[in-house]
Design a protein around this ligand. Sequence first.
Ligand code: IMP
Ligand code: MG
Length: 188
Amino acid sequence: MQDQEERALPPEICKVIFNEEQIQEAVARIGEQITRDYAGQKVLLVTVLKGAFIFMADLVRAIKGHVEIDFMAVSSYGSGAKSSGVVRIIKDLNVSVEGRHIIIVEDILDSGLTLKYLLKNLKSRGPLSIEVATLLFKEGKQQTNVHCKYVGLICPDEFVVGYGLDYEENYRNLSYIGVLDPEAYEVF
Ligand code: IMP
Ligand code: MG
């Protein structure tokens, strides 16, 4: 299956960095940690759209116990692949987080500026506790020291797509995570 996937790579994907099996192992590991840490408690997964939607769908099934989900959508001002840290909420939560244990579910922690904003915003709503689960963590890129308790995979400093992550809304449907050829940036 993996061989087939890699042979059928879109030409703009120069390499696969995490295949389906590696991703699923990371998701299962985080699911077990959360199951253990929140045993006997209710937890709300706050999923940041759109990038984290596939991660959340797999993660929620890897958590045994009482778990609820809700969604937020945010947009960073600024162009293309760079986060500016100025964040606008496009879609807010439908439920209140006051007095609840929440986990923010993110696709990737790059500069950390989006997450810093989200943490500040959600903390002001009075949750009982707040943690972060990110599938990918780009090493050495963080401009803030936000604490992320659950980290799936350490990612090289390259622009990656697949498993929910996009470039201009493309490639979210890949079941692996690959590096987008920088030349492809001009294609769109
Ligand atoms: P940050 O604010 O720099 O941490 O970036 C936050 C958001 O930018 C992530 O949640 C992603 O949606 C997007 N992003 C950052 N790096 C990548 C990447 O390599 N591929 C796709 N999206 C990315
Ligand atoms: Mg995101």
